[in-house]
Write a protein that binds this ligand. Structure first.
Ligand SMILES: Cc1ncc(COP(=O)(O)O)c(C=O)c1O
Length: 366
């Protein structure tokens, strides 16, 4: 809605915005929001239910405001993944990494924010809501990061916040740790923070930016349990950073923001990390297979390190192909890049439904 009535004292900067709204419509294959297709095992679901039952006896009380047990579990998990010694003091947890990103804007958005587009659309949107000026940095035409240009944009704009998403959404490509280190140095020189959005890190072979936190206290790494842990419905995101950063985030957190139920469920999911990460390995394999299948259909695929693929090379418009697939029961994502569409890796059946539908749609249209 853009025609807000005059009587409504809506903040000026919100008037032109549209809320986030990926379609939530029924489809035989729902492959549009980079969810993990594998729901929790019966054992995990039962373990969550048991823990929730225990916790429910104390729901008259506020939850642990500092979520210490959960933060310890997250620190242990990241330590195992990245070989970096971390404690609860380096971790913050919230209702999805979107809340983490919002907290970062609220606490540190003292000046502009810079991001390299196309990237995660919520970075500018959350920034605008938090009244932080957004500077659009450019990428190469193949969507890879242009490091020298990025460094130049950092030094000329001097943003308080610079965002890099690796693996990037919607392109799927990751940047190397040496590129991230260059960005960390450049942002440190202007007293800015580098926010590395690693929502899809577990699907990638690249080294995590968590390995830079000790040397570069201005590096913040945002993570989520929504993707690798197949936990999107539970809403659990987290931040790994220098202790001072975590201390400052406390200034903007709402009291008792993370419910006792969420904390309990996430603690149990962490106990099942080996089981959940085995599915990540399968999804990464299936991604590579699906990329090959799409190429065999004559499509162009951007190499992906995430649980989705951005593809192009079809002759009809993105919207037309998107509509045709939806009519065939396949919901993928039109990310607003003309000539491109993004598909999330599903389970075997969903991937087959998608492949069949796209083959049919492309017949005569390539
Ligand atoms: C790059 C990126 N960051 C953050 C998020 C937010 O995830 P959540 O709020 O579910 O943790 C997403 C979700 O798709 C994403 O793609």
């Amino acid at each position: 809605m853009s025609n807000w009535p005059k009587w409504l004292p809506l903040r000026e900067q919100l008037r032109p915005l549209t809320p986030y709204g990926a379609p939530q419509v029924p489809a035989a294959a729902r492959l549009n929001t980079n969810e993990n297709p594998y729901g929790p095992s019966k054992k995990l679901a039962a373990a969550i239910a048991n823990r929730i039952e225990e916790v429910s006896e104390n729901l008259n009380r506020y939850p642990d405001r500092d979520a210490l047990k959960l933060r310890q579990g997250l620190a242990d998990y990241l330590e195992k993944q990245s070989n970096v010694k971390l404690s609860t003091e380096n971790i913050w947890a919230a209702n999805g990494s979107n809340e983490i990103l919002q907290s970062i804007f609220l606490a540190f958005g003292s000046n502009k924010a810079l991001g390299f587009v196309p990237s995660y659309s919520m970075h500018p949107l959350i920034g605008k809501v938090a009244n932080v000026e957004w500077v659009e940095g450019a990428r190469n035409s193949d969507f890879t990061l242009n490091l020298s240009k990025a460094l130049e944009q950092i030094s000329t704009n001097k943003p308080a916040l610079t965002f890099i998403t690796s693996p990037n959404n919607p392109t799927g490509s990751a940047v190397t740790i040496s590129v991230i280190e260059e960005l960390a140095k450049a942002t440190a020189e202007i007293d800015g923070l580098l926010i590395v959005d690693e929502a899809y890190a577990e699907f990638s072979q690249q080294k995590s930016a968590i390995t830079l936190i000790e040397k570069y206290p201005n590096v913040l790494v945002s993570r989520t349990m929504s993707k690798a842990f197949a936990f999107a419905g539970a809403r659990l995101g987290y931040l790994a950073a220098n202790k001072i950063v975590i201390d400052a985030i406390q200034l903007v957190r709402l009291p008792y923001h993370l419910s006792a139920l969420t904390q309990a469920a996430a603690e149990v999911a962490l106990e099942f990390q080996d089981e959940l990460l085995a599915e990540v390995a399968k999804l990464a394999k299936d991604r590579d297979k699906l990329a090959k299948n799409l190429q065999e259909l004559g499509l162009k695929v951007i190499p992906s390190d995430a649980n989705f693929i951005l593809f192009s090379g079809f002759k009809v418009s993105s919207n037309q192909l998107w509509q045709e697939l939806l009519a065939d029961g396949v919901l993928i994502r039109d990310v607003g890049l003309p000539g491109y569409l993004r598909v999330t890796i599903g389970n075997d059946a969903e991937n087959q439904i998608f492949l069949k539908a796209i083959e049919k749609a492309l017949k005569g249209a390539l």
